[in-house]
Write a protein that binds this ligand. Structure first.
Ligand code: FUC
Length: 824
């Protein structure tokens, strides 16, 4: 475990006589015992007096464990975890660009590129594969793997620490995260005095804010300082209530800076030489924190300006505003996104909640599935909205995309470097973005992937001798596009194509032709160019295949594994459609020619399963967590219930055999897959499993440890149970589980830039409001068409006619109008 130091003027550990007890090396046991003490003090306290918002994650004690009990706040670029100790409140915080490694790393850095071309080794691997049919991952890694240096790790920035006097007589403690308002809160009483702390991360002001208040005047007393790990050189100063911490990472000399302005109403603010600021006898206090680095997403140097001026400006500017103004700015920005979607699935109403169930969230989790249906639905609805909250908090324009931990990381050596794994994880992070009406949150993803194209061209050339661009298993803040040497995962050249899918999906959802032309198509075309070059004719049947090919983290290397083929198919089909729309006829023609010869990766095997490999090798007993060969069902849509029933059956057989186990993200993927198989109860079973087996008390997804993809995947899966639009029709309530017999959802989006609001009762749709943003034909699917229904245009109340028969009907719509379908 890393040592932490309290930042001091000369970057030295603090004075042992200081009232701060966490002098270097930072004593974690001391902190743990302090937390335990606070817990013991508070355990007897009754639960909070504050009103409980229905969308709240709450605890009745401070966090004793960052990962399991911390409450995350974030504004995309910055994140923080609220732990809420009474005597010592440690706000651990992050800024997304603080990474070790990369250009300038003391260890050297090469983007994962081998020194010389691997084209000959590749040819040898291909030849051996064609002769033997399969190769052990270790054998291929020996030929094509690469020992890398300077990959780096996403870093914790540090802690903003508030120290208070030893508390006496503490009661009524509550710590909560209000998802509707994106504010974390701590409330407790000390004797007669009621203390409140509020925390939020503002996107419009670029700062994290803490506000401390009490119900009596003159009661706010604390001392604040910043502390940061010892893998960096730092200086900390305090002047006029402003703590400034500047430094460089030892490894790569990345420059960083954090500033905190401490302000008080009433009382006094005093700055000390050791870099701390104290507040004495104030009525309330406000802390404004901002942090940044000189990182720039700019290949090949990745360096921009020293962050000092920007951070200073942000904090200065925010400090001119009142707490109420800062909060109002933050909430106006947040609510504009968050409030677009509301979900009711039979959860306890806020009134019932306040009266009867002030249960901390972890109690809801512990009691989940034990008979209190309203509480179970409350947990599910909260979990759904938590995914949306986390996406808003970890992915806003102007910073890097959400990484394996979103933006929240308390370590200098996090699991998997808290990087960007692109063989499922980064993609899953963005699955809920379009359908749950948070399209704007995809901007950091696109900016990031745009910046992979240039280094990705070198990887394509050096590793496969191909034009175009690609990336393999994993990438970082530094444009890593090459390969590592982990045999069972390193080779995943389809990752570029998979990322390109997100561009096209964004276009399909938003109908934004400019985005398609200027942003999506160049990236898609580059990824497709790579595959036009890299596909090889399979001598066995003359089809074009990926070789070597590896089904993520499972089995041997073979030729043409299902997932490789399905991803390439998805890319080439999407790019063909895009080329046609944009009039790039010559390229469209070569894509069509290639598609006609491409092995589609869809085969039904001896036990009725969808084959994971081109050969029928699947073991019905195997329960590996990756279910890669089902890519074509989700997130692809080559397999679908209306056009390919045989393949749907095979996919079901495979999914059933794989079982319901797996780590967080695997379970989340299975929610989506069962939803695509239109089996709402099974999808719900996976949701329950995820809640019961892979969810921490603070509702973070566990892998273990904490990994955020499962949160996002589950939110997407729940939306997928209510609405699907991947096959040219909008399917209303495609996989409604029997435990959600009545409910409503507002604000979901369907492909074609269409808003959808649904109400159902006794398991059947009763009302659907369709709001298209463009004119044209819309195909809707719902069994309501088999019953007595009405369909009216809201603006004139007139009936609208539909074409077709059965459960699927087509209506002509006008942009900006609203169409109401209801049960007669
Ligand atoms: C993939 C998964 C692992 C983990 C890692 C970050 O490689 O197979 O389970 O999620 O990404």
């Amino acid at each position: 475990m890393q040592n932490w130091v309290k930042a001091s003027a000369a970057g030295r550990p603090c004075d042992k006589r200081s009232i701060f007890f966490r002098c270097a090396p930072f004593d974690w046991r001391a902190l743990a015992s302090l937390c335990l003490m606070s817990w013991v003090v508070l355990a007897g306290a009754s639960s909070a007096s504050a009103a409980v918002s229905p969308l709240t994650i709450g605890f009745d004690q401070p966090a004793s464990d960052w990962e399991r009990e911390g409450l995350p706040i974030g504004n995309g670029a910055m994140g923080a975890v609220v732990q809420g100790g009474v005597q010592q409140d440690v706000l651990q915080f992050n800024e997304k660009t603080l990474w070790t490694g990369g250009p300038g790393s003391s260890k050297g850095y090469d983007f994962g590129w081998p020194e010389s071309s691997r084209v000959e080794a590749l040819a040898a691997v291909r030849k051996a594969l064609h002769q033997k049919g399969a190769l052990a991952p270790e054998a291929v890694a020996k030929q094509l793997g690469n020992k890398i240096t300077g990959y780096g790790d996403y870093q914790t920035f540090g802690d903003l620490v508030l120290d208070f006097a030893e508390p006496e007589n503490v009661s009524h403690y509550r710590r909560e995260l209000d998802l509707s308002g994106a504010v974390a809160r701590v409330n407790y009483r000390e004797g007669e005095v009621e203390f409140t702390r509020e925390y939020f991360a503002s996107y419009p002001d670029g700062v994290i804010v803490i506000h401390l208040s009490a119900n009596q005047s003159g009661k706010i007393n604390f001392k604040s300082h910043l502390q940061t790990p010892d893998n960096r050189q730092v200086t900390a100063t305090a002047d006029k209530g402003r703590i400034t911490l500047k430094g460089t990472l030892t490894d790569n000399k990345l420059q960083f800076e954090a500033q905190v302005q401490v302000l008080a109403q009433g009382g006094k603010v005093a700055s000390a030489k050791d870099g701390s600021v104290s507040v004495v006898n104030a009525d309330s206090a406000l802390l404004i924190l901002s942090a940044g680095t000189d990182y720039a997403l700019d290949y090949p140097t990745y360096r921009g300006k020293n962050p000092h001026a920007l951070i200073q400006k942000r904090v200065d500017h925010a400090a001119t505003k009142s707490y109420a103004q800062l909060l109002a700015n933050h909430q106006a920005d947040y609510r504009e996104l968050f409030d677009r979607v509301a979900l009711t699935i039979g959860q306890a109403s806020s009134k019932q909640l306040i009266q009867t169930s002030k249960q901390p969230t972890h109690k809801l989790l512990e009691n989940y599935g034990k008979g209190n249906s309203a509480d179970d639905r409350l947990l599910e609805a909260t979990y759904f909205q938590f995914g949306r909250y986390l996406l808003i908090a970890s992915s806003r324009k102007g910073s890097l995309p959400a990484n394996l931990q979103g933006v929240w990381n308390n370590s200098t050596t996090p699991p998997w470097n808290a990087d960007y794994h692109v063989n499922i994880n980064l993609q899953m992070n963005y699955w809920p973005a379009e359908v749950t009406n948070l399209s704007e949150t995809t901007e950091p993803l696109f900016r990031f992937v745009d910046a992979l194209v240039e280094p990705g061209r070198v990887s394509a050339q050096r590793l496969l001798g191909a034009d175009g661009w690609t990336v393999f298993l994993n990438t970082n803040a530094w444009g890593f596009t090459g390969v590592i040497e982990w045999p069972t995962a390193f080779w995943q050249p389809e990752a570029g194509a998979w990322l390109a899918q997100h561009y096209y999906e964004h276009y399909l959802f938003t109908d934004d032709k400019k985005f398609l032309r200027e942003r999506a198509y160049p990236v898609m075309k580059g990824a497709a160019t790579f595959w036009l070059d890299a596909l090889v004719k399979d001598p066995r049947d003359g089809q074009l295949v990926v070789t070597p090919s590896f089904s993520p983290e499972h089995g041997n290397f073979t030729v043409g594994a299902a997932m490789s083929q399905q991803i390439v198919f998805d890319l080439l089909r999407n790019t063909t459609e895009a080329a046609e729309q944009l009039g790039d006829n010559a390229f469209g023609k070569s894509l069509r020619k290639t598609l006609a010869q491409l092995d589609t990766g869809l085969r039904i095997g001896s036990w009725g399963q969808l084959q994971e490999w081109k050969e029928d090798l699947d073991d019905p007993e195997n329960t590996h967590r990756h279910i890669s060969h089902l890519f074509a069902l989700h997130p692809g849509h080559q397999i679908n219930t209306s056009q390919s029933p045989e393949l749907v059956k095979a996919a079901r057989t495979s999914l059933d055999a794989r079982g319901d186990g797996g780590t967080g993200w695997a379970q989340a993927w299975k929610i989506n897959l069962w939803a695509r198989l239109l089996d709402g109860d099974r999808a719900h079973k996976l949701l329950s499993d995820q809640l019961q087996k892979s969810t921490l008390p603070n509702l973070w997804d566990s892998h273990p440890p904490f990994q955020i993809d499962g949160n996002f995947g589950a939110t997407a899966g729940m939306a997928e149970m209510l609405l699907q639009s991947q096959n040219g029709e909008i399917h209303l309530l495609p996989a409604l589980p029997s435990v959600w017999p009545a409910g409503s959802v507002k604000g979901l989006r369907a492909r074609g830039d269409i808003g959808v609001e649904l109400t159902w009762s006794q398991g059947d749709l009763t009302r659907a409001l369709i709001t298209p943003a463009r004119s044209g034909e819309v195909q809707l699917r719902t069994p309501l068409f088999l019953k007595n229904f009405t369909l009216v245009k809201i603006s004139n109340g007139k009936s609208v006619s539909v074409k077709g028969e059965g459960a699927t009907r087509t209506l002509a719509v006008q942009a900006g109008e609203k169409y109401l379908l209801s049960k007669k």
